[in-house]
Design a protein around this ligand. Structure first.
Ligand code: UDP
Ligand code: MG
Length: 312
């Protein structure tokens, strides 16, 4: 049986020697035919040269080199376009997702599951802030999308051949990989594991990228934000109508001047602010449509390199 480990790389030179070591250990331990597909997501350090140097004389390594940095989700998507194996395991380069869990995923797949995703029982070496925001995100995402996405998962998962083919049919410009895989269906199962700390180098997901991922995830799967704006608008309209009734009543039947400058201004400002926010929400969806209709290629490949054990 042929299994590919799909690993995106972005400035991972510090990680590579250890990673290749661990991968080789893993391949020796398993009976399956395992190869490795790296997607070098426009690394600016020596990642590309180092991979070649470390693996050129070992069989079963391929590197897809992007023309520039396209982001982690696109790197994974591109890799899935090029996988030819019976199953693929998507994992990070930093060994936060331990290889023994990958082995357990393969065993589950052999029991007949199509998707085996890792569930983070605990996360080591990550800040309280990151863990807390991730926890909130998954609950928020579920509320917004009503998509049955398992909590506390990442992209660390095994996909069988039918799932890979199904994923290749999804042509979204900004794919949210774990959401889409949940959406695909098939026979899925979670596997609890302890997420370890990054073994070398530092995170390639700063807060800005995390927020972008979260925003894209919600707007790709849900139009609830638009519905919420309508509901809010209706609520305000009802209050406004009641207010109008009251104003007319005061004007016609009570012989007194209403000193209403402050309250008028407050309401005008409030409604103005809320309107701007709602226009922004509309803008987000319009820009998504714009992105889709342009139909630019999602990634550009500079070259694909393959290791050759007979080279030396
Ligand atoms: N990565 C990538 N492109 C990017 C950012 C990250 O290919 O623009 C890769 C990175 O090399 C790693 C994986 O995505 O293999 C996850 O990144 P990281 O471990 O830094 O994220 P974290 O675990 O801190 O969320
Ligand atoms: Mg990591």
């Amino acid at each position: 049986m042929h299994i590919t480990l799909l690993i995106p790389l972005y400035n991972e030179e510090e990680m590579l020697p250890l990673l290749v070591d661990e991968l080789e250990n893993f391949r020796k331990k398993r009976d399956e035919n395992i190869d490795i597909l790296f997607v070098n997501d426009g690394s600016k350090d020596a990642t590309e040269e180092l991979v070649k140097q470390l693996t050129s004389s070992i069989s079963g390594y391929r590197v897809i080199n992007f023309s520039r940095n396209f982001g982690h989700q696109i790197a994974v998507t591109a890799g899935l376009d090029y996988v030819e194996a019976d199953a693929v395991i998507i994992m990070d380069a930093d060994l936060q997702d331990p290889l023994y869990v990958a082995g357990e995923m393969i065993d589950k797949w052999k029991e007949g599951y199509d998707v085996v995703f890792g569930v983070r029982e605990s996360r080591e070496g990550e800040s309280f802030f990151k863990k807390f925001t991730a926890k909130i995100f998954y609950r928020f995402f579920k509320w917004f999308t009503e998509l049955d996405i398992p909590y506390d998962t990442g992209d660390f998962r095994l996909l069988s051949q039918p799932v890979i083919q199904a994923y290749q049919k999804v042509k979204e410009q900004n794919p949210f990989v774990r959401g889409l895989i949940a959406w695909l269906g098939y026979k899925q199962i979670g596997l609890q594991y302890k997420r370890e700390s990054r073994k070398a180098g530092e995170t390639k997901y700063p807060l800005k990228k995390m927020l972008k991922l979260a925003g894209n995830a919600i707007s790709s799967f849900s139009n609830k934000p638009l519905k919420i704006t309508i509901q809010f608008g209706m609520m305000v309209s009802v209050i406004a109508f009641l207010g109008i009734g009251w104003v007319i009543y005061v004007r016609l039947f009570l012989e007194q001047v209403v000193p209403g400058w402050a309250s008028t201004l407050l309401i005008v400002l409030l409604i103005g602010g809320v309107q701007f926010i709602f226009m922004g929400v509309l803008g987000i969806y319009i820009s998504k449509i714009f992105n889709e209709v342009r139909q630019r290629p999602r990634y550009l490949i500079n070259d694909i390199w393959e290791s050759d054990p007979h080279e030396k």
